[in-house]
Design a protein around this ligand. Sequence first.
Ligand code: UTP
Length: 229
Amino acid sequence: MHVVLSIGGSSIIPEGKPDIAFLKAMALTIKKSKNSFGILCGGGTVARTYAAAARELGAGEYEADSIAITSTRQNAQLVMAALAGAGVDVYRRVLTDFEDAKGPARDNKVVVMGGTIPGITTDTDSVLLAEAIGAQRLVNISNVDAVYDSDPRKNPSAKKFQKMAYDELIGLAASSDKRMAGTNFIFDMLACRLIARSRIETHFVSFRKMADVENAIEGKKHNGTVVSS
Ligand code: UTP
């Protein structure tokens, strides 16, 4: 089975420094699994810092996004190095186009990507990669361990969802859109709509809980959230 992993930049480089232990653990998990993988890497704080600096220097949004995309691809290269180091059969180029992922994925090679075009996020990219290579499962790995009804970092009594339907996730994404800037929802609205249209089973787990990551990859029970029909 093809599985897409969406690994947030906050997991690859928490506080701007690559998390070597996590990258090694992730590579070993992939090596052990019988599944085939597509991996989409996020930008995290480094991407945001570069985009903000570009804006301060007078760059427009397209340029700021382009710089952030470069950061996501740099993270992807790091993930690729971790996989190669662990002996995983990984395609040795960070792909920039979903079409290019189809061939290697058909050969069961792990494909690794960062962002693609300005104006979207790596959440959306990860679902597009899943659609392109025919993955029916997507695992979102970030610094939040599940989907909550409000931001658990700001509201300690936030309710965690173990399971939810696509419509519920879309509803939650829509209501959190109206909240103040800086209270980002765990998955952007377009990405939520795309998993719903292709009925991709989507798991939300934390990079700090590798047992959950492994169980999510195999479609087993875990302490995060599963979104399905
Ligand atoms: P991310 O999706 O990584 O955003 O893209 P994030 O909020 O930093 O997510 P985490 O923290 O990694 O989980 C970083 C930025 O890269 C640009 C956008 O500016 C986005 O905010 N980007 C990314 C694009 O313009 N296009 C893409 O396809 C991907």
